[in-house]
Design a protein around this ligand. Structure first.
Ligand code: SAM
Length: 477
């Protein structure tokens, strides 16, 4: 009989859902362990939940560390939700990413025979992000040591934070002054903006998700991987012109000409998503450019662009390898964002139709085709749920020989899958940033043996995190 708070010892043998790890007791009982654990660790844990088939326990002590452990370099590791895997050697991260995709395809997708390719490694495992999205909150996340101290002895205010949310704590953020995934210039801007906002705390109060009052919401910084252009996008509730001019002058004085553009986006939304309804361009032209392969891309504040430039080039090359396009092929690029995959595909096929719902992304995609003198691409702004509504446009464009689909984390809407199955293109290349939704959608595509999953290659765009991209090739049977 197990008891709550009882201490148990076990070997961690696998990852499990919800960021837990898995092991078994000598009697065969399954245990899900919460805490920063690595596969191969022998741990002591305290039981917090008892079910018939399994126990949930909280890590209390590492008894013997796994050989694949390494020392995290970040002082926020363990608290910040960003880099959950910094305590694992990179080769182990890659092994687990491959396994994660394969397990999902086997268990959720029912694709029992598939053996995923090894996960393609990134060259840079730190400082690789070209975009970082910091949140403002009026509830700073306090460490256990800080909680034990009287408030007036804390080195930072409790009602101001600019950084990342602690896992599962959407109202609270850790006040961060250095992120190892960001570039040095991004970290410098983070600290400049923090100082400015603290100096103007009364005029620029932090937006509260509880009362829906206040101004400061997000700080989004983009630093293009190849061109080194810098965009600062401060998201607020309203546009305070004089303060934004002061901030612009401060940023220009400290950062200099490397700061290509500064935008103040405003939103009235009652959420914390960094998506501006209006944009006030305070410096530059409101967008930056970056390069992927031989293509140049214009990127606006609200537009999607892969956050790891170097690995996006690897990803896109793998997409082309998987698609094996022919010069006669008509290709559809669903969820095309700023047209990055569309342009990559355009040189290898007859023509490409890109579909995307964010207006600024579609405009960027059109501008990018022009900028790169690409003449065989067209773009349509549409919510993918409504694919059926553009039947006549699709008929005019021509039936697809290959569909490339790159949905957000949630995967494809069932209605979009239904239409895809009606179109029945011979080849579908599914690019996914979430193994679980890839696996769910694989099962739908393969229903009644309409498609077969041929291969799947995971690509690591997010070292130190548990996220992974994968490219799956489906062929119509
Ligand atoms: C993972 S990104 C892929 C972007 C692009 N393929 C690339 O590699 O840069 C997903 C894209 O889907 C778009 N999107 C999300 N939901 C959508 C929907 N319901 N209909 C159409 N596009 C959507 C997002 O705006 C984003 O640009």
């Amino acid at each position: 009989m197990y008891k709550k708070l009882q201490r148990i010892e076990l070997l961690i043998i696998d990852l499990a859902e919800k960021n837990q790890c898995f092991g078994r007791l000598d009697d065969g009982m399954s245990v899900f362990v919460q805490g920063t654990v690595a596969v191969g660790d022998r741990v002591e844990a305290e039981i917090i939940k008892i079910k018939k088939q399994y126990l949930v326990a909280r890590l209390t002590r590492i008894l013997t560390p796994a050989e694949t452990r390494t020392d995290p370099i970040c002082s926020y590791f363990g608290t910040c939700g960003g880099c959950k895997w910094q305590h694992m050697q990179y080769s182990e991260q890659l092994r687990l990413k491959q396994k994660q995709v394969q397990d999902a395809l086997h268990h959720i997708g029912g694709c029992k025979d598939i053996i995923c390719e090894p996960c393609i490694a990134a060259q840079n495992t730190f400082n690789y992000r070209n975009k970082v999205d910091f949140s403002f909150t009026d509830l700073r996340y306090l460490t256990e040591e800080e909680m034990a101290q009287p408030e007036d002895q804390l080195s930072k205010p409790v009602d101001f934070a600019l950084g990342f949310h602690a896992p599962g704590r959407f109202a609270k953020a850790i006040d961060i002054d250095h992120c190892h995934l960001a570039t040095p210039a991004m970290n410098q801007i983070l600290n400049l903006v923090r100082s400015f906002c603290l100096e103007h705390k009364d005029e620029l109060p932090i937006y509260s998700t509880r009362t829906h009052t206040g101004e400061l919401r997000n700080l989004v910084i983009r630093h293009s991987g190849h061109t080194h252009e810098l965009m600062v996008n401060l998201v607020t509730t309203s546009h305070q012109a004089n303060l934004m001019k002061l901030l612009r002058d401060r940023l220009l004085a400290e950062i200099g000409t490397e700061l290509t553009t500064f935008v103040n986006s405003t939103t009235s939304a009652k959420n914390t998503v960094a998506f501006g309804e209006k944009e006030f361009v305070m410096h530059g032209n409101g967008s930056i450019t970056d390069r992927l392969g031989t293509y140049t891309y214009q990127i606006s504040p609200n537009s999607f662009f892969q956050t790891n430039t170097a690995q996006a080039e690897v990803l896109y090359q793998q997409i082309l390898n998987a698609a094996q396009l022919k010069p006669t092929d008509t290709v559809y690029d669903l969820f095309c964002g700023t047209g990055s995959i569309t342009l990559f595909a355009s040189t290898h096929c007859h023509k490409v139709l890109g579909i995307e719902w964010v207006e600024s992304s579609v405009k960027d995609a059109q501008a990018n085709a022009e900028l790169n003198n690409v003449k065989n691409c067209q773009f349509i702004q549409l919510d993918m749920k409504a694919l059926q509504s553009i039947e006549s446009e699709c008929a005019l464009f021509g039936a697809p020989d290959v569909v490339i689909t790159d949905p957000p984390r949630a995967g494809m809407h069932p209605k979009a899958i239904e239409i895809l199955r009606e179109w029945a293109p011979p080849i579908i290349i599914y690019v996914s940033c979430n193994p679980a939704s890839l696996a769910r959608d694989s099962a739908l595509l393969c229903e009644n043996q309409q498609y077969r999953l041929i291969n799947c290659t995971p690509v690591d765009l997010f070292p130190q995190t548990n996220h992974v991209e994968s490219i799956a090739r489906f062929e119509r049977l």
